[in-house]
Design a protein around this ligand. Sequence first.
Ligand code: NAD
Ligand code: UD1
Length: 312
Amino acid sequence: MSKYLVTGGAGFIGSNLIEKLVADQNEVVVVDDLSMGKKENLKSIDDRKLTFYEKSITDYEFMEKLLVSENFDYIVLLGAVASVADSVENPYATHLINQEANINIYEVVRRNKLKVRKILMASSAAVYGNNPVLPKKETSSIEPLTPYAIDKFASERFAMIYGRLYNIPTVATRFFNVYGPKQNPNSPYSGVLSIIHNCLVNDKTFTVFGDGEQLRDFTYVDDVVSAVRLLLETEDVKWDVFNVGTGSTVTLNEVIKAFEKAMGKKLDVIYADERKGDIKKSYADISKITETVSYKPKYNIVSGLAAYIAKQ
Ligand code: NAD
Ligand code: UD1
């Protein structure tokens, strides 16, 4: 049994991860300000194994007290404003959460010489921007198009540098587009598949930004959770960054068709201007993680959508 801190643990990926951690008898502490996550996402978790703090990771005094008093084995940094578009609207406010608050956590670990077994920071495929070489490899050039992408890249680099300089085992993941149950669809900034699902269920019109030909490597959340656990629990993996995706890609127009087929229903679609800073083509080369920790995605877009719909 290990003790985990999961920032952003009431969110989509966090709550799916915690379900598995607690099923394996681990103890989990969550810090989430509920700006996007919901307590309800954690309602099925055994509360003898879960401690929840409705706090912001930007509350440095609180974070330091918590980290020093709890002595976590593992720290998983998921707390963030996960929307690229939100960072374009609110660059400085999101920077304080997406970058500064993570550096504060590395700094507290360093200053207090905390003995953690691993810190995992959730970076993003957004760091590659519109680099035309596909699929994106960890060695591909970094061309951030938005404050979100810059903050993710900087937090990732700080994780590596704090790790190497101060001997803290750190690792970062570049998640591609993750989807599945518990993704909050209720914001204009929500993940696109949660919005499409919500529109299909409630007969609402869905707006495609751009021509719908943008490519994404949509990855089912269970595969992401497996990747995170493999990287956390494999001791000699440290000071390195890994793509987490499926290694294949579809256009938004194609995924809409696949969703319609899976739900047996037509989606009402309109088209509008593309979003500022939107990436045109994104898909992952996953050979590094596959070779390092034997990660193998179990879901493609058809089986992933079926699993998602079945869990609603
Ligand atoms: P999410 O919005 O569901 O989860 C993020 C959580 O962080 C939410 O519960 C939110 O309430 C919380 N949060 C936001 N600001 C906070 C603050 N100041 N203090 C404490 N908690 C705060 O998003 P998600 O999809 O679960 O993403 C998890 C992480 O993975 C994020 O760091 C995101 O940037 C990253 N990521 C996600 C994707 C994806 O496709 N979903 C892809 C790449 C990277
Ligand atoms: C997503 C994640 C981000 C992650 C990145 C990694 C969310 C909210 N965003 O960003 O955290 O770092 O993947 O690849 O989880 N779109 C529409 N209509 C809508 C909403 C979106 O057409 O109503 C389009 C967008 O313009 C974009 C695509 O769908 O082209 C995907 O958008 P979105 O789900 O917001 O994801 P990303 O911006 O790719």
